[in-house]
Design a protein around this ligand. Structure first.
Ligand code: GLA
Length: 385
């Protein structure tokens, strides 16, 4: 299983993993007929390598990676290694997995995903140190106990941060903390940490910095791709943190999209925080660009961290629309590359997605979809600024 690097207008170029040359198609459009002649699955030795195509922009292309699938599915493991230059452990480094009980840290899965990524020479985004969801049930007994929660948060972040120091490029220090519809200055979600620990966000960032002074510290959230009340609130919050000298380096835009209200499969409340993660597709992509720009102008590195696009069915029309969303989101990031430094999806093969609506690059049999080729084309045809 191999992939090739495709150049605009040319048919063939370098090959990943040292295999011999093979022909890949010309520039791709969103239409199926123009996909004719393209590799029909990842087992064809002619698939373009996203990670190589992205190099000229100085950015990484990545996907979340899952410990179980790396272990159980060879094809998954190989595509992950071949296509992507950055990865985020999907669940393996979250509280639910690392903290089976109050007294124990279990790093087995997190270590495994991190070691796999290191073996693949991939940059690693640590995810995440503090969130109101995906927390273990035992934490509930500390509800509203400010002193205990404060101490648990510090211990967790110090321990995890120190263990992975030098291995993670960045941490999503705080995830999904801001309300979907902030109003009248109220913008933080009530969750495990808030309001019990009113300054938990600053505390989490400072503690991570103390544990690992060279790792980049990110705030990561969903429904904030465009300029809206939520991204405004995040912008203000991050600006204030910077003004107060809280260590902060980046903003992660999750970019979970849904076309025509495709019925995304939402994780259980404990896992998802009970929120609907999918954003509707922007009608005006310039507002996505403007949004990225304002965070870049603040001096932050921007990462697209969890992109996927749910579709109501696998009709050609929806596959094409899905491809357009990938293309437009990537274009918005490339406009500010390399300050928009990473373009990552939350998985890459539909059968393992957290959503049931086929949101990823490859179908269940690892056949690349139009959205994969939309990303290939965009990388091929966009000029480096
Ligand atoms: C959020 C989180 C991720 C993941 C996804 C989908 O976006 O940041 O860790 O849980 O939801 O489940």
């Amino acid at each position: 299983m191999h992939c090739t690097m495709e150049l605009t207008g040319l048919i063939l170029t370098a090959i990943c993993l040292g295999m011999s040359s093979v022909v890949v198609g010309n520039e791709v459009s969103k239409h199926q007929d123009r996909l004719a002649g393209r590799p029909s699955s990842v087992s064809d030795a002619s698939l373009p390598c996203l990670k190589d195509l992205a190099k000229k922009f100085g950015i990484w292309i990545g996907s979340a990676s899952n410990a179980k699938h790396i272990h159980d599915d060879k094809e998954y493991d190989q595509v992950l290694a071949e296509q992507f230059s950055i990865t985020t452990p999907e669940n393996a480094c979250k509280w639910t997995i690392i903290r089976p009980n109050e007294a124990t840290f279990n790093f087995t899965n997190c270590d495994y995903v991190v070691a796999t990524a290191q073996g693949n020479n991939q940059t690693i985004r640590g995810h995440n140190l503090c969130w109101g969801a995906h927390n273990p049930a035992w934490l509930d007994k500390f509800d509203n106990n400010s002193t205990a929660l404060r101490s648990l948060l510090i211990t967790h972040i110090s321990t995890v941060g120190k263990r992975y120091a030098g291995r993670m490029y960045s941490w999503d220090v705080v995830n999904g903390a801001v309300l979907d519809s902030p109003k009248n200055g109220t913008y933080l979600k009530t969750n495990t940490w808030y309001p019990a620990v009113p300054d938990y966000i600053d505390l989490a960032f400072k503690t991570t910095h103390e544990a690992d002074s060279s790792v980049k510290l990110f705030y990561n959230d969903y429904n904030c791709e465009v300029i809206n009340a939520k991204s405004d609130a995040i912008y203000k919050m991050l600006k204030t943190m910077m003004a107060n000298s809280v260590p902060l380096h980046g903003f992660g835009i999750q970019a979970h999209f849904s076309i025509s209200h495709a019925d995304a499969r939402h994780a259980k409340k404990r896992l998802s925080g009970g929120h609907k993660f999918a954003s509707s597709v922007p009608t005006d992509w310039s507002t996505v660009e403007d949004n990225i720009k304002r965070f870049v102008d603040l001096g932050l590195e921007v990462h697209i961290t969890e992109m996927d696009v749910s579709i109501p069915s696998n009709s050609q029309q929806y596959l094409d629309q899905q491809a357009d969303v990938y293309r437009n989101m990537l274009k918005a990031c490339l406009k500010y590359a390399p300050k928009c430094k990473s373009f990552e999806t939350w998985g890459f093969v539909d059968k393992y997605s957290w959503k049931k609506n086929d949101p990823d690059y490859f179908d269940a049999s690892f056949k690349p979809k139009p959205c994969f080729y939309a990303v290939v084309d965009t990388l091929n045809t966009t000029h480096v600024l």
